[in-house]
Design a protein around this ligand. Structure first.
Ligand code: PEP
Ligand code: MG
Length: 553
């Protein structure tokens, strides 16, 4: 038996035979040509065909993996349409008088090299997009198949690496799992594995080889382990693990489509937290009632420059469209503290968690904020949007925010750009100050979302980043629960709804307490939606109320 260790990018356990995808790489030679016009014509023909293929793949991928994940194929199309790529190919053909294949290969090597040399891991991962695009044109120029040809029976697919276009075109009924020698957990291939619900282990290194083709394999996507020719003991252990996992998953599937209602008839919304538009699919799969927290700052962290209004609009719109009529709460960017984007040029601070962050940056640099607000309001025309403002501590702040919102709406009206008039505005209750004046703040907004991660940090004076203080960081502390109690009462007295979007919302030990308090929404990681629903449906609030509240009142 050989055990390979890699990065598990999506959980699940699969057993089967290994199918090693041998890449029939076309051997691209450099040949001098007389007729450069002919080579240019061949390139343009292949270029056009590649664009048509990408449009088709995009169209077919949308229902399969969702609009945001399918965007990668639109991006590939944009790379092809970008003058930088085509100009470089044309220059090599005409200046060096060479064949089109060589010019395409050389261009992709040069551009991928630039990406690979970048420090940012996200940008480094973009090198594979460049190679993917070139590969497509080369396959057309050399008449190679553009899809992985799988056997008729389900296999564990192994390859040196998989590019996104190969991954999305995989016939899911034939792929039990995939294992790659290389790859990055930030790549779209890893994202697609999660979206497509295929257990995957990447980056296992070159111990995995073509000669293992046909071997019996077990993939443990939870541990990031791959067992080649497993021993009977390993087979037994992992069969047992798989059985338990499937039984748990199956039992949870029974919750899909059911109402989040307690035995005595109290309802609660269970929404999902996402950090990226591509996570929407997982939220939908887990039957979330909506998105309760989209941490938009990740969009800023994924870029090396301020995302433009158009870029933001595209992302927000895709999330809203995917969620249909369900509410999508997008939080304006919470940059600062542990979430640093170098191009913001934030100052070094003694106490960044209590420093220049979130709404404080937005109100100090309104041009950054305005771009995000414009993108959000423009996106509001495409779904059920609510906007959430982080780190609020005073009435002045929320009034200043609302003034900027009014200006943005007025601008859009003047420009005749449509937006929804139904957008709810809410604030995170994550500072003790906001909790203590929540009776006043409730008169200014449509909802509260309690951020227990920061609220615990500030109430208990425990830096949430400091691993040494882990045993003192007690989110179930009565001070936290009393604060949630106060905020909920103030929200309801003023007729607005209140949710919990911090990690505590998914703490099943506290579900009874939150139901007893009358919390309207719990927003949690997508995989926690169904366990939470099960818990809610098993609770009788009338029976447990007194006991649950006595713990901290
Ligand atoms: C919180 O503070 O509870 C929260 C949800 O926001 P974040 O974890 O992003 O600070
Ligand atoms: Mg927070």
């Amino acid at each position: 038996m050989i055990t390979l260790h890699g990065r598990g990018v999506y959980g699940g356990i699969a057993m089967g035979n290994l199918f090693f995808h041998r890449r029939r790489r076309p051997v691209i030679g450099k040949s001098q040509v007389q007729n450069t016009e002919l080579q240019l014509a061949r390139f343009w023909k292949a270029h056009q065909k590649a664009i048509v293929q990408l449009k088709d793949i995009y169209k077919n991928a949308v229902p399969e993996v969702g609009r945001s994940s399918a965007m990668i194929f639109h991006t590939h199309q944009m790379i092809l349409e970008d003058m930088g790529f085509t100009d470089a190919v044309i220059r090599i053909i005409t200046e060096e008088k060479v064949n089109a294949e060589y010019a395409v290969m050389k261009t992709s090597q040069n551009l991928a090299g630039i990406f690979e040399a970048m420090e940012d891991p996200y940008m480094r991962a973009r090198a594979s997009d460049m190679k993917d695009v070139a590969k497509r044109i080369l396959e057309i120029l050399t008449n190679q198949p553009t899809q992985i040809e799988l056997p008729d029976y389900p296999v564990i697919l192994a390859a040196d690496d998989l590019v996104p276009s190969e991954t999305v075109q995989l016939d899911k009924s034939k792929v039990l799992a995939f294992v790659t020698m290389g790859g990055s957990p930030l790549s779209h291939t890893a994202i697609l594995a999660r979206n497509m619900d295929i257990p995957a282990v990447i980056s296992v290194g070159n111990q995995l080889q073509e000669c293992h083709d046909g071997a019996t394999v077990i993939v443990d996507g939870f541990q990031g382990e791959v067992f080649l020719n497993p021993t009977p003991a390993i087979i037994e252990r992992l069969t047992e693990k798989k059985k338990k996992f499937l039984a748990k998953r199956k039992a949870l599937q029974e919750q899909v489509g059911k109402e989040n209602i307690t035995l005595d008839g109290q309802t609660v919304r269970i929404a999902a937290n996402i950090g990226n538009a591509s996570h929407v699919h997982t939220a939908l799969q887990n039957d979330a009632d909506g998105i309760g927290l989209f941490r938009s700052e990740f969009l800023y962290l994924e870029n090396d420059h301020f995302p433009s209004e158009e870029q933001q609009l595209e992302v927000y719109r895709s999330v809203l469209e995917s969620m249909g009529s369900h509410k999508v709460v997008i939080r304006t960017m919470d940059i600062g503290a542990d979430k640093q984007a170098p191009y913001f040029h934030l100052p070094q601070e003694e106490n960044p968690a209590m420093g220049y962050r979130a709404i404080r940056i937005c109100l100090s640099q309104p041009e950054i904020f305005r771009t995000q607000l414009r993108a959000l309001y423009r996106a509001s025309a495409f779904g059920n949007l609510a906007i959430l403002f982080p780190m609020i501590t005073s009435m002045e702040e929320i009034r200043a925010v609302k003034q900027l919102v009014s200006q943005v709406k007025e601008e859009l009206k003047q420009e005749k750009i449509p937006y929804s008039s139904q957008v709810e505005l809410g604030i995170m209750i994550e500072t003790p100050a906001a909790a203590l004046i929540s009776d006043q703040l409730a008169k200014e907004v449509d909802f509260f979302s309690i951020g227990t991660n920061d609220l615990t940090q500030y109430l208990l004076a425990i830096d949430r980043q400091n691993a040494m203080l882990e045993r003192f960081y007690l989110p179930r502390h009565p001070a936290v629960l009393r604060t949630i109690d106060l905020v909920t009462q103030n929200a309801h007295k003023n007729g607005i709804w209140v949710g919990i979007c911090g990690e505590l919302g998914g703490d099943l030990e506290l579900t009874e307490t939150f139901l007893a308090l009358g919390i309207d929404e719990l927003s949690v990681s997508p995989s926690l939606v169904l366990p939470l629903r099960k818990k809610v449906r098993e609770t009788n609030v009338k029976q447990i109320r007194t006991q649950a509240l006595a713990k901290f009142r």
